[in-house]
Design a protein around this ligand. Structure first.
Ligand code: BGC
Length: 345
């Protein structure tokens, strides 16, 4: 029994028959299928050879999109200047693919980019037939909304354009261009990032925050929008290491107070992926050992680990509000799988 195999088992166990993955089966707030989490999960599962699971998820998304066809068309018909957050597709759905109309903010577009990127990789590996009409619709939707501020990958700060969100959209539209065999706006978005989302030679968190955010790593690992050796990437990673990396565990961003601002497994794994790509094996080992030491007796990996907290005082507050930190979090397992520990695959 090893954590790699157990991670695959835990992900499979928490996928519905129709294909949705639950973000976390036991955490009070995470009983939904997020396009962001799940697309990263499906991509990792496909890399691990679990094609049936990944394919089932992609079909599930297609069905969800079909149900939302009219809503998407309505957004497409609007002038860009008239678009509001109400016109955005939700980031999370119930496990049966319905919208959940609670008051938790939902307008986030990065997950649709991640979805297209993951789907693009999947069709290259398998004989999966895409629903072209839906892929076209999602591409046009992202081309329409990308310049409109929305909540970020952490479901926060609706008034900014978030670099990491733009990165996910660019990666998705790049994959979309290949699947549809047509130009998409991905190059324009990448240029926009390089011009408008850079401070001191590195990427910034958003148009409103000049700090860094660990989700910026996704621009190279796994999306490969830039080469690992470009100065922009190197400077961004250095700043992330300097501000957010603590003995194997990585924080989301400096002002993070969610559960006090612990260290996130899935982000640490993204950084380890970057270290793998740049041949920094010692650092890969440090992170792998740190992640493995966080697994509980059932081999579950949590969302975050409450160490080196950025804001101690907030930990109790979140604990009282939402209960214990999500454990297992499927996305943590997925990003760990991507490291191919024990030389697996
Ligand atoms: C995170 C999101 C994630 C969701 C479900 C939230 O706390 O900020 O990125 O999609 O949990 O895992």
């Amino acid at each position: 029994m090893n954590l790699y195999e157990e991670s695959i088992r835990i992900i499979k166990k928490n996928q519905t028959e129709t294909g949705s993955y639950v973000a976390s089966p036991s955490f009070s707030q995470y009983g939904f299928c997020w396009l962001r989490d799940s697309s990263f999960i499906a991509e990792a599962m496909a890399e691990a050879g679990e094609y049936e699971s990944a394919g089932r998820y992609f079909r599930w998304v297609e069905n969800v999109l079909v149900k939302n066809k009219e809503a998407i068309s309505r957004t497409l018909q609007k002038d860009r200047s008239d678009i509001t957050l109400q016109d955005f597709l939700p980031t999370r759905y119930t496990l049966t693919g319905e919208r959940n109309n609670d008051n938790w903010e939902n307008a986030q577009s990065d997950g649709y980019g991640t979805y297209l990127w993951a789907l693009g990789k999947f069709v290259e590996k398998t004989d999966y037939k895409i629903n072209r009409e839906m892929v076209e619709l999602v591409c046009r939707y992202l081309e329409k909304v990308w310049k409109h501020p929305c909540y970020d990958a952490w479901e926060e700060e609706k008034d900014a354009l978030h670099t990491s969100t733009l990165i996910s959209i660019a990666a998705g539209l790049k994959a979309g261009a290949k699947m549809l065999d047509r130009e998409t706006a991905w190059k324009e978005i990448k240029c926009f990032i390089e011009e408008e989302c850079v401070t001191e030679g590195r990427l910034r968190k958003s148009t409103l925050n000049s700090g860094v955010d660990s989700s910026l790593i996704w621009g190279v690992c796994p999306y490969k929008l830039w080469e690992v050796q470009t100065p922009l990437v190197r400077n961004t990673i250095s700043k992330i290491e300097e501000d957010l990396f603590f003995e194997g565990g990585l924080k989301r961003y400096c002002e993070d107070s969610y559960f006090g601002g612990g260290s996130w497994i899935l982000l640490s794994a993204s950084l380890a992926l970057y270290y793998q790509e740049t041949g920094q094996e010692e650092k890969v080992g440090l992170i792998e050992r740190w992640i493995e030491s966080q697994a509980d007796a059932e081999m579950n990996l949590p969302e975050q680990v409450s160490e080196h907290l950025l804001f101690d005082d907030y930990y109790e507050e979140w604990l009282n509000k939402w209960g214990k930190i999500a454990n297992p979090l499927l996305w943590s397992h997925a990003n760990y799988i991507k490291l191919r520990p024990y030389g697996s695959n």
